[in-house]
Design a protein around this ligand. Sequence first.
Ligand SMILES: [Zn+2]
Length: 221
Amino acid sequence: MKSLLVLIGAALASFAVVAVFADNAASEEQGAKPAATAESAAAEAAPSAAVEEKPARRSRKSMALEPLPPDTDWEKVDWVSRLTPMQFRVTRQAHTEQPFRNEFWNNKKPGEYRCVNCDQLLFTSKTKFESGCGWPSFWLPVTDDVITEHPDYTLNMQRIETRCARCAAHLGHVFNDGPRPTGLRYCINSASLRFVSAKDVKAAKGDASGAIEKAAPVKSR
Ligand SMILES: [Zn+2]
């Protein structure tokens, strides 16, 4: 009888160990992917793109955000149908996504960051830096004229809002606590951006002279 009790006890203990292990594995999985929000998952989840690797399927994936022509009347675009709910809330309603739980805050790949609404080139990885704030941060846009600045007194704060100069999409804010040489920190919502890897930029341009290769013009304030 005593040995039977010992056996049952051992079985229960090992079950508990397995249960704890499984629980830890699940939480580690969650912790390893802080950027995988529902919105970013939706933005990434292209219909049937993951199923097939054929070029035809890939072009269907890009059709979801097929860039509109530059001469589009941006005030008449049906943004709700073109954007994910998070992209719409951020770019058209000036909301802010959560820090550390967005797509590009920790993206270290070389490439271009374009406006998710109108596809205007805004930043490159050359001027991205780790600010610790939990949003993608840049010390300079590609040129002065791609972003407009607007005083923002919401949330009882004095900030400078940044918008896309072409389509007026809300991007984020710019602060004066950035690194040299500009001292600026363009704190941008990932939901406002479309990232194009350097490899894809080169492939699209058909050569190796993408904007990323060129030194960004530096202008301090
Ligand atoms: Zn834009």
